[in-house]
Ligand binder design. Structure first.
Ligand code: A2P
Length: 323
């Protein structure tokens, strides 16, 4: 199997972060085939795996890692991989965050993660035994008022204990990230947000990069109608501008979307369980989009958010009412 070299970007703590990671959200339908897909991804060159407690998939990632390392006969070590996970919203208090991390580490079968993120600024009620999205009998969401700074401070403790090599946030807007930067002891290295040609997030990306926080993009291909269950979703990969740029370079629309991100110094986290597409999604280091192509894609901005989680709009820390 051809192994592709993936370039890195440096984090503000000097650690190297691979520019392409494998997204793993909504891959839990069949854990066995997902485990095989992760093994295939690592064998074809992926080193960065983006998981989360919520995805209920980290046990399969852990098994895949263990097997690939064993099968490599010493060629691949745990230290060669960059494993990301995220503390879920029902674990925002200091004690609960620790419980969440312990579950993550046990599922992955590792003593540390390379990067640990606060998944969302919004905390949900804890310890109710109602799963990840607690609701009352009338169907109203049950929130907690734990501040995201408390969660972030727990992450700082985990870093000092060696259980996370780097820490950061996800889905934080400018104000929330500024709040973390103003109050933290250890600077976040990363903000993971949605970025697509239809949601370019210019101001937030610029703010993060100005402050030494690397941006990573989830859903960089614009999501699929099938996996999001939204037939109305505009299909980024069919946009004629993207398709035509792809033809010019002999690249697919997906590769154009990913290359456009990495040329903005944004890490990409495409999801695929299909081996050909997985490999395709890392073959983006052998061409460069021209300034004109970058400008043409810039014009596609629609402020169209796929993962807007509108049902959480009444949460006091809902991040998407402002940039
Ligand atoms: P599949 O798993 O069948 O490859 P996003 O990361 O933007 O949420 O998009 C994920 C969706 O895009 C998945 O449905 C995935 O389906 C599909 N996908 C992943 N890579 C490619 C690609 N290179 N070309 C077309 N579709 C892709």
């Amino acid at each position: 199997m051809e192994k592709i070299e993936i370039k890195n970007i440096s984090l503000n703590n000097g650690i190297e972060f691979p520019l392409v990671g494998l997204g793993t959200f909504r891959n839990a339908d069949d854990k066995k085939s997902f485990k095989e897909a992760v093994k295939y991804a690592i064998k074809s060159g992926y080193r960065h795996l983006d998981g989360a407690w919520l995805y209920d998939i980290e046990d399969a990632i852990g098994e895949a890692i263990k097997e690939v390392i064993q099968e490599s006969n010493g060629d691949l070590k745990r230290e060669d991989l960059f494993i990301v996970s995220k503390i879920w919203n029902t674990f925002h208090s200091r004690e609960a965050a620790r419980q969440c991390l312990n579950e993550i580490l046990a599922n992955l079968g590792t003593s540390y993660v390379d990067l640990l993120l606060v998944h969302w600024p919004m905390g949900f009620s804890e310890n109710l035994g109602m799963g990840p999205f607690p609701k009352d009998e009338q169907g109203n969401r049950l929130y907690s008022d734990v501040h995201y700074l408390e969660t972030y401070r727990a992450l700082e403790e985990f870093l000092k204990e060696g259980k996370a090599k780097s820490i950061g946030v996800s889905n934080f807007n400018i104000k929330q990230l500024q709040d973390v930067l103003d109050n933290c002891e250890i600077k976040p290295v990363n903000n993971q947000i949605e970025v697509t040609p239809y949601l370019q997030n210019d101001k937030l990306v610029e703010f993060c990069q100005k402050n030494g926080v690397v941006v990573s993009a989830y859903g960089p291909l614009g999501g699929s109608q099938k996996s999001t269950n939204r037939p109305d979703l505009p299909i980024v990969l069919e946009n004629p501008v993207i398709v035509n740029i792809g033809k010019k370079y002999g690249k697919t629309p997906a590769q154009i979307c990913l290359r456009w991100c990495i040329q903005r110094n944004i890490v990409v986290l495409p999801k695929s369980s299909n081996p050909q597409r997985m490999v395709q999604n890392v073959q983006i280091f052998d061409f460069e989009l021209s300034e004109q192509d970058m400008q043409d894609i810039k014009k596609l901005e629609q402020n169209y958010r796929v993962y807007s989680v509108e049902s959480l709009k009444d949460h006091k820390f809902y991040p998407f009412n402002e940039e």
